[in-house]
Design a protein around this ligand. Structure first.
Ligand SMILES: Nc1nc2c(ncn2[C@@H]2O[C@@H]3COP(=O)(O)O[C@H]4[C@@H](O)[C@H](n5cnc6c(=O)[nH]c(N)nc65)O[C@@H]4COP(=O)(O)O[C@H]3[C@H]2O)c(=O)[nH]1
Length: 537
């Protein structure tokens, strides 16, 4: 093969290997990405849930105090102030508690009675837990939230929570690997506590947050992100929101990336080499075959067909062998598939028929009725040179049979016409390995088929209780009904031979009688059988 072509073939292999590896690795990366992304999202959810839980616990405690505040004396006697202060000591989240009347006047707080009262906003009528904020507490000069409840009598009790204190208890800083984690107003989305850079998905309305929700896509800072939001149960007006970059694959560690790249390169290289190796082997087999034909290394062997009743040889199947210079004698399984692929089968088969005519001439001269059977595939049937060789051979071999597999018989429309022409010349058509094909059996009626060769697997099933055993009987019955001749292949035991004989299958082929023989051995066998060829000496 010219160098340029060899080089082009190698390039093709490399490109093909690259394509396969890229597709496989691409799929692998997508899988990894999905797995990684799902894990990342679960991680974000679990952080948000944790913050949510902590906040919820805090708020529930404060709320339970506010519910009990129904019993506080709103004239702010010492006893009430004591209870308020006691509460502040017990719960360090609260820095101040105050009582506001229906007009919005702060009457007293943990610091004492306010005289005059300070005007604030009028209490809301609803007695749900609510929050205001963040506000700047005048006393503490810091940002804070107000949690409040309105009592049945219209007075409100409120609690001041410093923002800093909340931030520290929730320890938001430990979540710095997230894009952000925030406590936001569920209605407006305004962040009240925030760690990181707050950004929201574009073209998606998240607010008001009424139930736990997730959002994916492009955010207003131009990045693709994932977001999880969940309202606080005891105060749904507030929600915990956490978000992270949703493209973690691009943050794969450099060592992992290098390892992946190395595996990819090794797989690519390995596959290229494997393809090169297979091609080289095929190429070399193809060239070796050509050489073998030229050097006459291929030769015929002949397996006798025996009439089991009389024990006489009634024919032979011509089989091929290769006397390989280094590998020794090789069976057809080693080279026939490649010969069929490369087209060398045509030349091989023509030489085979011509050799058989020559080698069998002495036997045919003595017994012109000797059946001679050749394996023929669909490719050969469409080759005029081979058909012409058969036609010539027919002049020397009176009982010439061609064996086709079911696949070959049915493969081409014109096969039927070719077979009819061969039959017209007196050539017998047999179906080889009968029963192993998966096609319907209509062809038995429409194609000119005279003989069925029962596949060895059915013969091997005789006496065994397996699935194939009933098929053998069905095949025999069908062949009898359709008036087809039968030959049993692969007869290895006397038991099988007896059984087949009892079923009416008289012509056998198999190791019980003889293996495939070189022409000299066949002649020697026939010599020992004077009754078969009475005049042969
Ligand atoms: N286990 C066992 N095996 C037995 C027994 N009796 C015969 N055989 C083997 O069964 C195969 C019968 O040939 P096939 O079904 O046409 O199957 C043939 C045929 O399809 C193909 N083949 C052989 N020679 C040629 C040829 O010249 N041209 C073509 N196109 N194909 C061939 O290769 C196949 C295998 O051929 P072989 O290896 O020669 O194997 C032969 C034969 O040696 C037995 O009792 N037990």
């Amino acid at each position: 093969m010219p160098r340029a072509r060899l080089f082009a073939k190698q390039l093709k292999n490399i490109a093909f290997a690259w394509l396969i590896c890229s597709v496989v690795f691409g799929m692998l990366l997508v899988l990894l990405y999905i797995q990684h992304r799902d894990a990342e999202q679960l991680h974000i959810q679990s952080i948000a849930q944790k913050v949510h839980f902590e906040l919820n616990t805090q708020l529930k405690e404060i709320d339970s105090f506010l519910r009990q505040a129904e019993s506080l004396d709103v004239t702010c006697p010492q006893e009430t102030l004591f209870r308020l202060r006691q509460q502040v000591f017990k719960n360090p989240a609260m820095s101040e508690i105050g009582i506001v009347n229906q007009k919005g006047q702060l009457l007293c707080n943990t610091y004492g009675v306010l005289n005059p009262p300070i005007q604030t906003t009028e209490p809301v009528r609803s007695n749900e837990l609510r929050y205001h904020g963040p506000i700047i507490s005048e006393y503490m000069e810091m940002s804070a939230f107000v949690l409040a409840r309105t009592r049945q009598d219209g007075y409100a009790v409120n609690v001041l929570l410093p923002s800093d204190w909340l931030r520290h208890t929730l320890d938001l800083q430990q979540y710095s690997q997230l894009d952000f984690i925030a406590l936001v107003d569920s209605e407006t989305g305004v962040p009240i506590l925030l760690q990181g850079h707050y950004s929201l998905p574009l073209h998606q309305s998240l607010f008001p947050v009424q139930r736990p929700l997730q959002a994916h896509g492009k955010f207003d800072d131009g990045k693709n992100k994932y977001l999880f939001a969940k309202p606080i149960i005891s105060l749904p007006r507030l929600s915990v929101v956490a978000s992270s970059n949703s493209s973690p694959i691009f943050t794969v560690q450099s060592t992992t990336f290098v390892a992946l790249l190395a595996v990819y390169m090794i797989a690519w290289g390995g596959l290229s080499y494997l393809l090169y190796f297979i091609e080289k082997r095929q190429l070399s087999l193809k060239f070796q075959l050509k050489h073998a034909i030229a050097q006459h290394q291929l030769f015929n062997v002949y397996q006798p067909l025996i009439d089991a009743k009389t024990q006489h040889i009634v024919g032979v199947e011509v089989l091929i062998r290769w006397q390989h210079p280094s590998e020794g004698e090789l069976g057809p399984a080693y080279f026939i598939p490649e010969a069929e692929r490369s087209g060398a089968i045509v030349e091989i088969s023509i030489v085979q028929v011509n050799n058989a005519v020559k080698e069998l001439a002495p036997l045919l001269a003595l017994n012109p009725q000797l059946k001679v059977s050749f394996n023929v595939n669909g490719q050969l049937l469409s080759c005029p040179a081979y058909l012409a060789t058969l036609e010539l051979a027919k002049q020397h071999i009176r009982c010439l049979t061609i064996e086709l597999t079911e696949r070959d018989v049915l493969s081409q429309v014109q096969v039927k016409h070719t077979l009819e022409q061969l039959v017209a010349q007196g050539i017998e058509v047999a179906v080889d390995d009968f029963g192993t094909g998966y096609s319907g059996l209509q062809y038995l009626q429409s194609f000119p088929i005279d003989l069925l060769k029962i596949d060895q697997s059915f013969v091997a099933s005789i006496g065994l209780d397996n699935l194939q055993s009933p098929v053998l009987n069905a095949v025999i019955e069908m062949a009898t009904k359709l008036n087809k001749k039968l030959i049993a292949e692969g007869v290895e035991t006397a038991y099988q031979a007896d059984y087949l004989l009892k079923q009416g299958v008289e012509v056998h082929q198999g190791w019980l009688y003889a293996k495939a023989l070189a022409i000299e051995a066949l002649i020697a066998m026939v010599k020992r059988e004077p009754s078969t060829l009475p005049s042969y000496s």
